[in-house]
Design a protein around this ligand. Structure first.
Ligand code: SME
Length: 160
């Protein structure tokens, strides 16, 4: 049994340090990429408050393709460079979007989403996937969330 009970009052740096440690424990010794992404999506969902979508897009044949996630059904394919996810994939940089309506080319999968954080997962300098978090609250994510999710991305790198 996986026994991890996140406390949402925990300061963000500790929350994300615990998240990265739990993620490492979850994927340790398992080499099925779908199973590992599915478990990490569930782990993010139970650890990070105030989300309406959390999951993966992987680069397959030069485009982003939907991977395991929690939330409403989402767009399946996103061109590199398009939307928030495609921008993270194209630049290799985290995208912290306080108001999705102000982001040129934002792709709306769930009308409830108001803010978004996307971090790339790179292996040997090549982006292989992104982790996408959506929130129904404006300005939900800050630099501590971005740093925390980048830490998680360094763990998730082992999947790819
Ligand atoms: N909003 C994203 C699309 C993916 S969904 O949020 C799940 C984007 O602009 O790339």
């Amino acid at each position: 049994m996986f026994d991890f009970a996140p406390d949402h009052d925990t300061p963000k740096p500790s929350l994300y340090a615990d998240l990265a440690q739990s993620a490492q424990a979850l994927i340790e010794g398992e080499r099925d990429d779908v199973a590992n992404m599915a478990n990490l999506a569930a782990l993010i969902w139970m650890s990070v408050p105030r989300l309406n979508w959390a999951g993966f897009y992987r680069i397959v044949d030069d485009e982003l393709v939907l991977g395991p996630f929690i939330g409403k059904p989402a767009c399946i394919r996103i061109a590199i460079g398009q939307g928030v996810c495609g921008t993270a994939a194209a630049t290799g940089l985290a995208q912290l979007v306080p108001d999705v309506h102000a982001f040129p080319g934002h792709i709306a999968c769930d009308a409830e989403s108001q803010s978004e954080l996307v971090v790339p997962i790179a292996v040997d300098g090549q982006v292989r996937a992104v982790i996408d978090l959506d929130s129904p609250h404006l300005n939900r994510f800050d630099e501590e969330d971005a740093a925390g999710m980048e830490l998680l991305a360094t763990v998730a790198r082992q999947i790819f």
